[in-house]
Design a protein. Structure first.
Length: 254
């Protein structure tokens, strides 16, 4: 069986509120006879952790373990039977008018489409200057002891964000140091420990996590939150989600 990310539930912390069940579009969670949240079947859990933010007791976390792969089509059929067709259309891997198995790659982040842009080129005076103030920027290449991170405001961004958002430098990066990573394509095994060490060693003033709104990118948020908890540091955290067309869709702090 492959090793992948999946939800783990601490029964002692679970208070049976059921918020996670509502938040899980794939129908992977339910309350058992003791009123505790349990996984219905592991093939229904996509491991992206949409349920984590709504749990009031911190009973849920994402872990890596050897288990069966997420099956989008099985989740679709399960939700359609238990919640109806409308709810099934929200399953990770569903594309309007198609079952998940028919979607390209089975993931909304891989769905191909285009949109119109204003083709007018900016004048010389309108060209945007880079706000990048350090190198390297890829998380695999950054040392947790890098001196330029000391006392910094830090932006941790999904690889695609700067290509999607025209104002990335002026709106997000200005005044911050930058780390980029891709939770889907990178070898993310060392990332949590590296970030935890970085947070602990550098007196980081603030954290901004910018991700694309596609489901796979949410893994970067989860890694940052896990690293923060592991470091024991209390750093103000802002989360920003960017739509495919390059506009900020969600922004909140915690």
């Amino acid at each position: 069986m492959p090793k992948r990310k999946i939800i783990e539930i601490d029964r002692k912390k679970c208070n049976g509120c059921g918020e996670c069940i509502t938040a899980c579009a794939e129908g992977a969670l339910e309350l058992d006879e003791e009123g505790k949240a349990v996984l219905v079947r592991e093939i229904y859990c996509d491991g992206l952790g949409a349920c984590l933010d709504v749990c009031p007791t911190g009973a849920l976390k994402v872990v890596e373990k050897d288990t069966v792969s997420y099956n989008a089509e099985a989740a679709y059929e399960h939700v359609q039977k238990t919640r109806g067709k409308g709810a099934a259309q929200k399953v990770h891997g569903f594309s309007s008018g198609q079952k998940p198995s028919e979607c390209e790659g089975g993931c909304p982040g891989l769905k191909a489409f285009s949109f119109d842009r204003d083709s007018d080129s900016p004048s010389e005076s309108q060209k945007i200057n880079s706000e990048l103030s350090q190198w390297p920027i890829q998380l695999h290449l950054i040392s947790p002891a890098a001196p330029y991170l000391k006392n910094s405001r830090l932006l941790i961004a999904g690889d695609c964000t700067a290509f999607s958002m025209g104002g990335f430098h002026s709106e997000l990066l200005k005044g911050k140091k930058l780390i980029i990573a891709c939770p889907k394509l990178d070898n993310t095994g060392p990332y949590v420990d590296k970030l935890a060490a970085l947070f602990k060693n550098h007196n980081i003033q603030s954290l901004t996590v910018a991700t694309m709104i596609v489901p796979c990118c949410s893994g970067l948020e989860l890694m940052v939150e896990e690293a923060l908890e592991k470091s024991g540091e209390k750093i103000p955290l802002e989360k920003i989600k960017i739509g495919i067309e390059g506009k900020v869709k969600e922004s909140f702090s915690k």
